[in-house]
Design a binder for this molecule. Structure first.
Ligand SMILES: Cc1cc2nc3c(=O)[nH]c(=O)nc-3n(C[C@H](O)[C@H](O)[C@H](O)COP(=O)(O)O)c2cc1C
Length: 331
């Protein structure tokens, strides 16, 4: 057995663009997440002073410790973006404290991102990835803030380079490496490979944390990942979108004891209503309703009548109409 079950393994929310905003992060913190990561934030947009971008990096009161994730590929621009977050955005948000870390996104597989040389495209250019990491590390170190990097197994099955890439990141100043056990080519299928996470753990400097990510949807999945990889912590992505209470359940299994919280229909509809109301309050009714359409579907999935409700909310033009569709599910 590789994993050490007697140690405490933190369980956090993985970054998900369009989902892990401060509203959802607070819900996950209440559901037991030990830490969270923001949606990915464009370094270029921060540096060009795009007006809407800083809100993506801002935290709210009550959240779990939260890292701010940035993407880009220009070392100077990435360093400048980290400086803007640490000097301006985080000191001025509701938490007012430094973030848990700055995280560099070297895992995003989306065409629009890799086409520009960002996200997982950096895994094809070890030299540039090292330069980016070192440049950001210079800034985070000055602020006394940890630097995390999130990677994939590699670009494709012929270039699975996460172990040597991870080693390089350790030498360039990363204090945590999160590994999603799929290549860029695999996107989200087939299943994530715990073996590559283990190989990164074995290759990385022992003082650097290696966190595992990919397909954890239960306490048993998490326990298997810890045992098979020896990872120091776990991130949960898609499973949390349907179940923000999953963190408590996973921690119960990993740490033993305690009854898992199994959300009832009322809890899930309550969470959907809360998300809708907070999105409308934060972004105005029109944008809030539009964004909620794509997001509450996950929370109500599996509830009797939810398929029809998901269809109906696409036609709901107001918050009140949307709310009625959700509350009708309680009947
Ligand atoms: C809708 C969506 C958006 C995502 N956005 C990001 C992102 O902004 N940054 C990032 O590093 N990974 C992103 N990911 C990848 C997740 O963080 C995670 O690595 C992946 O979903 C695998 O974990 P899971 O099997 O627990 O979902 C995203 C995934 C999804 C499904």
């Amino acid at each position: 057995m590789i994993g050490k079950r007697d140690r405490t393994v933190p369980v956090g929310l993985a970054p998900m663009a369009g989902f892990t905003d401060k509203i959802f992060r607070l819900m996950c913190a209440e559901g037991g997440a030990d830490f969270c990561v923001t949606e990915m934030v464009s370094a270029a947009a921060l540096c060009y002073r795009d007006e809407k971008t800083p809100a993506l990096a801002a935290r709210r009161w009550g959240e779990a410790p939260c890292a701010v994730q940035i993407f880009g590929h220009d070392p100077a621009q990435m360093a400048a973006a980290a400086g803007i977050i640490l000097d301006e955005i985080c000191p001025g948000d509701e938490m007012g404290s430094p973030p848990a870390a700055i995280e560099i996104n070297m895992g995003c597989p989306v065409k629009k991102i890799v086409k520009g040389g960002d996200g997982s495209a950096l895994m094809r250019d070890m030299k540039l990835a090292g330069d980016v990491t070192r440049a950001v590390s210079d800034v985070t170190e000055k602020h006394g803030v940890p630097l995390w990097v999130k990677i994939r197994a590699g670009w494709d099955k012929n270039s699975v380079n996460a172990p040597e890439f991870g080693k390089m990141l350790c030498a360039c100043g990363a204090s945590r490496i999160t590994v999603h056990g799929r290549t860029r080519d695999q996107m989200y299928a087939p299943s994530s490979d715990n073996g590559v996470i283990r190989r990164v753990r074995e290759a990385a400097d022992p003082s650097v944390e290696v966190f595992g990510n990919g397909d954890v949807a239960s306490g048993e999945d998490a326990a298997r990942m810890v045992e098979e990889t020896g990872c120091d912590g776990i991130l949960v992505g898609r499973a949390a979108l349907c179940d923000p209470w999953i963190f408590g359940e996973i921690k119960n299994v990993l740490r033993g004891g305690g009854e898992p919280f199994l959300p009832a229909k009322e809890d899930r509809i309550g969470a959907a209503l809360r998300l809708l109301r907070e999105l409308c309050r934060e972004k105005g009714e029109a944008v809030g309703v539009r964004e909620a359409r794509a997001r509450v579907g996950h929370l109500i999935r599996g509830i009797r009548g939810s398929a029809a409700a998901r269809w109906a909310v696409n036609r709901a033009g107001t918050e009140a109409e949307f709310e009625k569709i959700l509350t009708d599910l309680l009947k």
